[in-house]
Design a protein around this ligand. Structure first.
Ligand SMILES: Cc1ncc(COP(=O)(O)O)c(C=O)c1O
Length: 398
């Protein structure tokens, strides 16, 4: 058995973070403190935490619906399927838009073509920790008086021209689930500067299921387990047990919960280290970008000029799917987990009324992308070794 097996995602949660969670029962205002800390860190006026990123998105949509009658929400065709559930739960209609095969993000030109009189909001998803072109999309939607929301579920710590992702558009939201840059097992938060929008979100929060006192210890146990399991030395031992729980199945529902005190206290503790983690994610991703650029059969993410990518995973588009498989196998033998991410674009996950070939770029991307680990558990030498192994596969003679 390998002594170290590197999971695809991970953030070092330390004993001090878990201890902060343990002490949260002495603090009445752990959630409010976390919200204030997050708003200050991000540089936005208002922040509200919820039980998941989807719940935060749902609150934003409900609040927006109260301000405007339009019913359509534009999202990229390649992204997290749970977003469709949140849109539908808010009584709205998901409308898809193709992605760019250069940036791997929602394509601003496609947004321009898709937005119409029925559009309530556009969701610019910052995928993989790389920045979507929010300034370009903002210019389009402003003309149409459509709300722009940033989905930073995968991109906590990413910025554009020094401004944090999630704070450029009308509102933004984050996810704190297991595999994210700031993980508290589950959770999410929204941020905005708009008083009216925030008031609507606060009113909506009353509808979220409160956290029962006896659930707080459960959250702590889950966070402690996450802290242990995601360590490469433990992951190597536990992988056979964990593997059956890793699934890419279609989500069918989501619960609207509040954020717990324990999670908020752990979140506040992790926030103190997030700069360092973001920097490591960035350095690892840029190293791969530099190493892999000489492989002509790869398409690497074209980063938005002026952006800082706090990579959650590093995406590579491999033109030959068989080689993608060979890379995955080779990395696995070297003790490195990689992932294919979402296997299908959203119109092939749900019946959204589109023909099968409606979003060819999202489809092509789903069939060719491979994502690689770049998290702070990795040492620079391991990232370099991963790059070398990948290059070796690509240079093998057939
Ligand atoms: C891009 C994106 N948006 C939204 C979400 C939803 O976040 P949560 O799982 O916290 O509801 C995810 C989660 O994986 C995501 O990757």
């Amino acid at each position: 058995m390998r002594l170290r097996r590197i999971p695809i995602v991970g953030t070092p949660i330390g004993a001090e973070d878990v201890a902060a969670g343990l002490l949260s029962h002495c603090r009445k205002d752990a959630v409010t403190d976390f919200e204030k800390g997050l708003a200050a860190y991000l540089g936005r006026g208002k922040c509200l935490a919820a039980g998941s990123g989807k719940a935060a998105f749902y609150l934003l949509l409900k609040a927006l619906s109260a301000l405007k009658p339009q019913k359509e929400v534009v999202i990229p065709a390649y992204t997290d399927a749970g977003l469709v559930l949140a849109i539908r739960a808010a009584g709205l209609k998901p409308v898809l838009c193709d992605i760019s095969l250069e940036s791997f993000q929602i394509d601003p030109q496609e947004v321009k073509k898709t937005v119409n009189r029925e559009t309530l909001a556009v969701l610019a998803v910052h995928m993989f920790g790389c920045a979507a072109d929010v300034p370009a999309i903002k210019a389009t939607v402003k003309r149409e008086s459509v709300f722009l929301i940033e989905d930073c579920a995968q991109s906590f710590g990413t910025s554009i021209n020094g401004v944090m992702a999630g704070t450029i558009a009308d509102a933004g939201f984050y996810s704190f689930n297991r595999g994210k840059n700031l993980p508290t097992f589950s959770g999410g938060a929204l941020v905005t500067d708009s008083e009216s929008l925030f008031r609507g979100c606060e009113a909506g929060r009353q509808l979220l299921k409160p956290v029962q006192v006896f659930s707080e210890p459960d959250f702590l146990m889950n966070i402690a387990a996450l802290a242990i399991v995601s360590r490469p030395s433990v992951y190597s031992v536990l992988f056979p047990v964990l593997a059956p729980f890793k699934s890419n199945s279609v989500p069918t529902g989501f619960v609207l919960n509040r954020y717990s005190k324990v999670q908020a206290a752990v979140g506040s503790s992790l926030l103190g280290k997030i700069e360092r983690f973001s920097q490591q994610r960035h350095v690892h991703g840029m190293l791969l970008l530099d190493m892999l650029k000489r492989i002509s059969e790869f398409v690497l993410p074209g980063l938005l000029p002026g952006s800082f990518a706090a990579f959650n995973r590093f995406p590579v588009m491999v033109k030959d799917p068989q080689k993608r498989k060979r890379i995955q196998d080779r990395l696995w033998r070297c003790g490195i987990e990689s992932s294919l991410m979402y296997p299908r674009p959203l119109h092939r996950v749900f019946d959204l009324g589109y023909p099968e070939d409606a979003f060819p770029r999202a489809q092509y991307f789903a069939e060719h992308v491979l994502t690689l680990p770049v998290h702070p558990f990795m040492r620079s030498g391991e990232v370099r070794r991963m790059g070398e192994e990948i290059i070796a596969v690509m240079e093998e003679r057939p």
